[in-house]
Design a protein. Sequence first.
Length: 185
Amino acid sequence: ALGDVRLMGMYTGFSDDMSSGIEFGLKFATGDYTYSGIDRDTSIGTGTTNLLLGAFYQHNLDAENLWTGFGQVHYDRAFASHAGYRPGNELDAAAGVYYGGWQFGRKNTLAPVLQLLVSDRLRDTGVEAANGDSGYLRVLVAPGLELDFGKVRFYGDVEFPVYQDVNGQQLVAPRQYKLIASYSF
């Protein structure tokens, strides 16, 4: 089923090379949150519309522009509760470095990436919230690879927890896998 949809905009005009910017948007309550026996925190929808704000920055770390460092922060806040539930506000941050990549073919590159990810989510609130079993602080290290074919790009990483502090009884994975496929118009 379709989950909550996020509509995001980006402004990158703070510097001539567009290496810094802000993100802004909304998360719409398009996902179903009425599954029987499923906690609202783990459903594909929350029933709430959320404000999304973020900022990012990247910079070259060497004179040859082979190594790039980056940082970003993202804030997610529900406007109001819905049907007795309001998800906890969440602040996510990432800092990392990537190598410019090894080129093969005419336009293809393979680039290693290393990130440190931090997430701080407050407890959910409302009569339908599992308040005691929601909210966390976690720090993850995520080595990954980006494969760029020009207009088509694939990114994958494995996220390993370095520190986790969860409230109550929550399922905690020993590692998380991410794969993103994108197409540039």
